[in-house]
Design a binder for this molecule. Structure first.
Ligand code: G3H
Ligand code: 13P
Ligand code: ZN
Length: 284
């Protein structure tokens, strides 16, 4: 089927109190893994590309790959720009056929984040494209966040309420203790904060940096209002890890199909498992 918007899938997720998986892609194998996993689970899915992925693969390739994947399967697929920071890039993605974009103005002062996000919403809404924004700072696992910095860096529930009303975004990424990349220890999520944000904000909430967060914490976050869960690192680990194992066992193999096929199968398994945890299995 043709691509759908983030609003299409998140409205249903809100009704059913589950979350839709948003998986990062960089190449054909990973796009296929995501689409096949979602098809096998009969689940809606978000395939997202970061600016880095677009620089690597090319906007035309990424768009064509995901559109082709959507044509091959009978489940709703959203093509989403992950962590867009550049207005020109966002407009290019919309022009190529992305059905959803993220504007990440989280490094900007509050008022500037509002005004940039509002501009993106104006442009995207005019052509029926959904918009996710970010408030608070979701860093990398390498940024050591001290307890004393939590209030400054995590999403403030009152600010979130003002932000969503002023911008009209369709989804909001919140900083509640997750980080991008591989965690050194077990991440501790601020569920109290999430509960307060969910009470004050009308749009669906997004959890970034979800690889390495325990299944139990993910389920609890979904119970409290998370409707989109972003996973990249777990795909990288399974995909590249399988390639590494294969090449260790077959150091003389030169056929890329033989090297990449087991990696693609492994990534599909990992994504299926995530979809089941998010509760979106059977919800297509
Ligand atoms: O949020 C970050 C995603 O994992 C994408 O990472 O910018 O290295 O493609 P990337
Ligand atoms: P992880 O790589 O930590 O899973 O985070 C993914 C993400 O948030 C993409 O925006
Ligand atoms: Zn992210």
């Amino acid at each position: 089927m043709s691509l759908v918007t983030l609003v299409d899938v998140l409205e249903k997720a809100e009704g059913g109190k589950y979350a839709v998986g948003a998986f990062n892609c960089n190449n054909m194998e990973i796009v296929k893994s995501i689409a096949e996993a979602a098809e096998k689970e009969n689940a809606p899915v978000i395939i997202q590309a970061s600016q880095g992925a677009i620089n690597y693969a090319g906007l035309n390739y990424i768009t064509a790959l995901v559109k082709t994947a959507a044509e091959e399967v009978d489940i709703p697929i959203v093509l989403h720009l992950d962590h867009g920071t550049d207005l020109d890039q966002i407009v290019r993605c919309i022009r190529y056929g992305f059905t959803s974009v993220m504007i990440d103005g989280s490094k900007l002062p509050f008022e500037e984040n509002i005004s940039l996000t509002r501009k993106v919403v104006e442009i995207a809404k005019a052509v029926g494209v959904s918009v996710e924004a970010e408030l608070g700072r979701i860093g990398g696992t390498e940024d050591d966040i001290h307890v004393s910095e939590k209030d400054a860096l995590f999403t403030d529930p009152d600010e979130a309420s003002v932000f969503v009303k002023e911008t009209g975004v369709d989804a909001l990424a919140v900083a509640i203790g997750t980080a991008h990349g591989q965690y050194k220890g077990e991440p501790k999520l601020d569920f109290e904060r999430l509960e307060k944000i969910a009470r004050k904000v009308s749009c669906p909430l997004v959890l970034h940096g979800s690889s390495g967060v325990s299944d139990e914490s993910i389920r609890k976050a979904i119970k409290l209002g998370i409707r989109k869960v972003n996973i990249d690192t777990n795909i990288r680990e399974s995909f590249v890890g399988t390639i590494r194992e294969f090449l260790n066992a077959h150091p003389n193999e030169i056929d890329p199909r033989k090297v990449l096929a087991p990696a693609q199968r492994k990534a599909t398994e990992v994504i299926r498992e995530k979809i089941r945890i998010f509760g979106s299995s059977g919800m297509a």
